[in-house]
Design a binder for this molecule. Structure first.
Ligand code: AMP
Length: 413
């Protein structure tokens, strides 16, 4: 089936084709028809599967069909997302797909002034994409009325629950009409999520995308045994070995993010961090540089990177192993977006072996191992140690010829 064959507005088809989407992805194929029919949907799909367009396309069509006047009469569709970055990304998809539509969309999130947001809401917004904090603020101040919401989308609901928004989501229901369509998207499913999902949806169509292997097929992922104190040397090695590639590095905490950045800066490698201690403006600028390829290496914590869609991330590095298989799936899913290929490498130290085992058990299969010979391991560390002990000389050498340091490739089993 092609997008051409769908019964959706021509303007939307034009935008889809402009985005270069030819065929619907699995989730789009399964979700678009029931959403168009007005059914509730409960979908388990990771990011990277095309789930944003899976709800944005039918929502734009349905609202466009229903829109009879240009009069601002309240938000018709509310999309809730756990983070600023994800909210902005969803909004971008609505804007792009809805370029030739009569319906408009807007995005609200915290950390920025609220007055311009209120002004825009007063002018009239059809589709509102929001993070929970700012949205509830505005509802409680009485400047955002959700009574007319006809479609509610909860995206990355599992992450929203992880962040402690469960009570907020329940409270939200008090502000919404019972006669609404609810679309519930989550990357993972467990008893808690099931319970909240069933309390929100009504007779929902259930869709699950590749439950057996939650890591998308176009992502090659592997793990290397690297001790904690040596990780920085291997990250340096990888960055230099993939000179022009876009690399997203995951660490456990903000403090570690800054520490890893300093380690890279010491060896003359440019890297940036995003985490919740950064100002929203700074985060946006860094994300923009990473998106546009100005910045090649971005170091992030889970919270900041959850769900974000950055084109052409070639490598994901789990500098620290994540706490759960769900996080693992989310992290590696930052590469290999849509139909592109991606690679993910995890650094696992002796202390993290238990975590690795737990992740593998939950993925239902072992992650392939990268065998690093003793020689390669020690030479990777020694090369860098040598260099850091003569820092200024090494910097001069690198400045003269950054690609000169030749190294043996590590073999993957
Ligand atoms: P999402 O899962 O919504 O974060 O989407 C992941 C990526 O897939 C985004 O970069 C989309 O632009 C891309 N994408 C979505 N739908 C399609 C499609 N039908 N064909 C190709 N790429 C797509």
């Amino acid at each position: 089936m092609k997008f051409e064959d769908y019964r959706i507005a021509e303007g939307i088809k034009r935008s889809i084709s402009k985005l270069g989407f030819k065929k619907p992805t699995d989730i789009q194929y399964k979700a678009i028809p029931p959403i168009l029919k007005g059914e509730d949907v409960l979908a388990i799909a990771q990011t990277g599967t095309g789930k944003t367009a899976a709800f944005a396309i039918p929502i734009l069509h349905v609202l466009q069909e229903r829109k009879i006047s240009k009069r601002p009469d309240g938000v018709k569709c509310l999309v809730m997302a756990p983070t600023h970055e994800l909210a902005l990304q969803i909004h971008e998809m609505f804007k792009t797909l809805g370029k030739h539509c009569k319906v408009n969309s807007f995005c609200i999130y915290g950390g920025v002034e609220q007055d311009p947001q209120i002004a825009q809401l007063n002018k009239g917004v059809d589709i509102l994409v929001a993070t929970p904090g700012r949205m509830f603020d505005l509802v409680n101040q009485g400047v955002l009325n959700l009574q007319r919401v006809e479609i509610l989308v909860l995206d990355e609901a599992d992450h929203m629950l992880d962040l402690g928004f469960i009570k907020d989501i329940k409270d939200l229901m008090r502000h919404l009409s019972k006669k609404r369509q609810t679309l519930f998207f989550s990357a993972t499913i467990n008893e808690k999520i099931k319970k909240i999902a069933y309390s929100l949806v009504d007779n929902a169509i259930r869709i699950q995308i590749s439950p057996k292997d939650p890591v998308a097929k176009n992502i090659e992922h592997a793990v290397a045994h690297i001790e904690m104190d040596h990780k920085r040397f291997f990250l340096e090695y990888l960055i230099k070995d993939h000179y022009e590639k876009k690399i997203l590095v995951f660490v456990r905490t903000k403090v570690r993010a800054e520490r890893v950045k300093r380690a890279m800066t010491r060896v003359n490698l440019e890297a940036e961090t995003i985490h919740s201690n950064k100002l929203q403006r700074e985060r946006e600028e860094i994300m923009q540089n990473f998106r546009s390829n100005k910045l090649k290496v971005l170091i992030t914590t889970d919270v900041s990177a959850r769900g974000i869609d950055i084109p052409n991330v070639e490598y994901v590095i789990n500098y620290d192993l994540p706490e759960s298989s769900e996080q693992y799936v989310h992290r590696v899913g930052r590469t290999g977006r849509g139909r592109t290929k991606g690679q993910a490498i995890s650094f696992c130290s002796s202390e993290e072996m238990d975590l690795l085992q737990k992740i593998e058990e939950n993925l239902n299969k072992p992650i392939s191992k990268i065998e690093i010979s003793k020689n390669d391991y020690t030479s990777t560390i020694e090369l860098t140690e040598e260099k850091t002990s003569n820092d200024w000389q090494a910097l001069m050498l690198d400045a003269e010829n950054p690609k000169k340091r030749k190294r043996k490739k590590h073999k993957k089993k």
